[in-house]
Ligand binder design. Structure first.
Ligand code: KG4
Ligand code: ZN
Length: 362
C-alpha cells in the first residue's frame, strides 16, 4: 500500500508518502518563524499558511519521489485534536485527493500517530505504556495494540510543552521555548530541590504543571536579572544569546532545575503506571517534548530498570510531521478502517471518536 499522509493540525504543514511501513519521502513547511513574532501560534495565520503551501508541497513531493497520483492507494489525514481552521484545510485537501485518486480515506488521531511514530524506525512492542508529551497534551496510555489506546492519565491544566513554553516566556526566551530550555539546561547540573515536582502526592496518573510555572515566576521575581531583555528575531538557538558568563551560568542552572522538575514529575507518574500495568512490554515516549534530552534520559533509565524496551522517535519524528500520519493511517487502512467525505475535524479539548466505517473482505 502507498499511503499519502497529511498533517495540518497546528503550525506545520506536512505531506508524506509511506509504503508498507517505510517512508518514501516527506515535505514539511514550518510556520514557527511566522508565529514566533506573536509569542504563540495565531490560528487565522496558521490556516491561511497551510492553504498557501499544501498543494505546492504535494507537487514537490511527487517530483522528488517519482510517485504520482495514480500510485496512491490510501490517504491518511490528521483529523484532530488540533486547531479547527488548520485541520479543515488538511481535511478538505485530503477529501479532494481521495476523490481525484479514488483511494480510500482515513482520519488519523494526531496523538495516536505521535505514539506510533517510533515504529517507522524500529519495531514496537505491545502492550506498551504510552507517554505522550506535546504542546497541548500530557497523556499516559495503555496501548494494547496499534489500534487500541486506553487513556490512563492526563494533564488537568498545562501540558508539559506549555510548562516549557510558558516558563521560557517568563524569561523572554523565544517561542517555542522548549528547545531553548533543553539546550541551556544541558550546560549545567540541576539543583533537584529548587523547584517542586507538582501534583505527585496522590495516587492517580494525572498531571498538573501550572503550579510549576508559578514557582518559576516567583523565583524570577526574586531574581529579576534572569529575565532577559527583548531579544532580536535573529536569535534562533541558545548559542545566539549574548549573555555575561555569570548570568549564563545562573540561567542554565535555573533552567536545568526547571527541566529536571518536569522530567522527575513524568518519571514518578510513569513508574506508578508501570507498577499497575503488569502486562506492559515497553515504554513509548512521543510528542514534541520527547525531543528533550533530560526527559529521554530519565525515562529511558526508568524503562531499563523495569526491564522494558524503551521506544522514542529520532528528534525530527518527535515534532509534528506527516510521516507519522501516513504510517498510522496505513495501519488503520490495513485493518479495514475507513472514513468517507463526512469525516469531521476534531478541535482541541474534544475526544477524537473512533467513528470508522469498517470495511470487510480485505
Ligand atoms: O508535538 P508538538 O510538535 O506539537 C503539538 O502537537 O503540540 O509539540 C510541540 C511542543 C512545544 O511545546 C515545544 O516547546 C516542545 O514541544 N518541544 C520541546 C523540545 N522540542 C520541542 N520541549 C522540551 N525540549 C525540547 N527539546
Ligand atoms: Zn503534535
Amino acid at each position: 500500500m502507498t499511503v499519502c499522509g497529511i498533517e495540518t493540525s497546528c503550525d506545520e504543514t506536512g505531506i508524506a508518502l509511506v509504503r508498507d511501513g517505510r517512508e518514501i519521502g516527506e515535505k514539511l513547511a514550518s510556520q514557527a518563524a511566522l508565529h514566533s513574532v506573536f509569542g504563540g501560534v495565531v490560528p487565522e495565520i496558521a490556516s491561511r499558511e497551510h492553504l498557501r503551501v499544501i498543494e505546492p508541497l504535494l507537487e514537490m513531493l511527487f517530483q522528488e519521489t517519482g510517485v504520482g497520483h495514480r500510485d496512491i492507494t490510501g490517504i491518511a489525514v490528521a483529523r484532530g485534536p488540533g486547531l479547527l481552521g488548520s485541520l479543515l484545510v488538511g481535511l478538505g485537501f485530503a477529501k479532494g485527493l481521495a476523490l481525484a485518486t479514488g483511494a480510500p480515506l482515513v482520519g488519523v488521531n494526531h496523538l495516536h500517530a505521535h505514539l506510533l511514530a517510533a515504529g517507522l524506525e524500529a519495531k514496537l512492542e505491545f502492550p506498551a505504556l504510552g507517554v505522550l508529551v506535546s504542546g497541548g497534551h500530557t497523556h499516559l496510555y495503555r496501548i494494547k495494540s496499534p489500534l487500541e489506546f486506553f487513556l490512563l492519565g492526563r494533564t488537568l491544566d498545562d501540558a508539559a510543552g506549555e510548562a516549557f513554553d510558558k516558563g521560557a516566556k517568563l524569561l523572554n526566551l523565544p517561542y517555542p521555548g522548549g528547545r531553548f530550555i533543553d539546550e541551556l539546561a544541558q550546560e549545567s547540573e540541576p539543583l533537584p530541590k529548587l523547584f517542586p515536582t507538582p501534583y505527585v502526592d496522590n495516587d492517580n496518573l494525572d498531571f498538573s504543571f501550572s503550579g510549576l510555572k508559578t514557582a518559576l515566576l516567583q523565583y524570577v521575581n526574586a531574581h529579576p536579572e534572569l529575565k532577559l531583555g527583548t531579544l532580536p528575531v535573529s536569535v534562533r538557538s541558545s548559542k545566539d544569546l549574548q549573555l555575561s558568563p555569570r548570568l549564563r551560568e545562573q540561567l542554565c542552572q535555573v533552567l536545568a532545575s526547571y527541566n529536571f522538575s518536569i522530567a522527575e514529575t513524568l518519571r514518578i507518574k510513569v513508574e506508578r503506571a508501570l507498577c499497575r500495568e503488569k502486562m506492559v512490554r515497553s515504554v513509548i515516549l512521543a510528542g514534541g517534548v520527547a525531543a528533550n534530552s533530560m526527559i529521554r534520559r530519565i525515562l529511558g533509565t526508568c524503562a531499563e530498570r523495569a526491564g522494558l524496551l524503551f521506544s522514542v522517535p529520532s528528534l525530527p519524528l518527535c515534532a509534528d510531521n506527516a510521516r507519522m500520519i501516513a504510517y498510522a493511517g496505513e495501519i488503520l487502512l490495513d485493518h479495514g478502517r475507513r472514513h468517507d467525505s463526512q469525516l469531521e475535524a476534531i478541535p482541541r479539548g474534544r475526544k477524537v471518536p473512533e467513528d470508522f466505517l469498517l470495511c470487510s473482505g480485505l
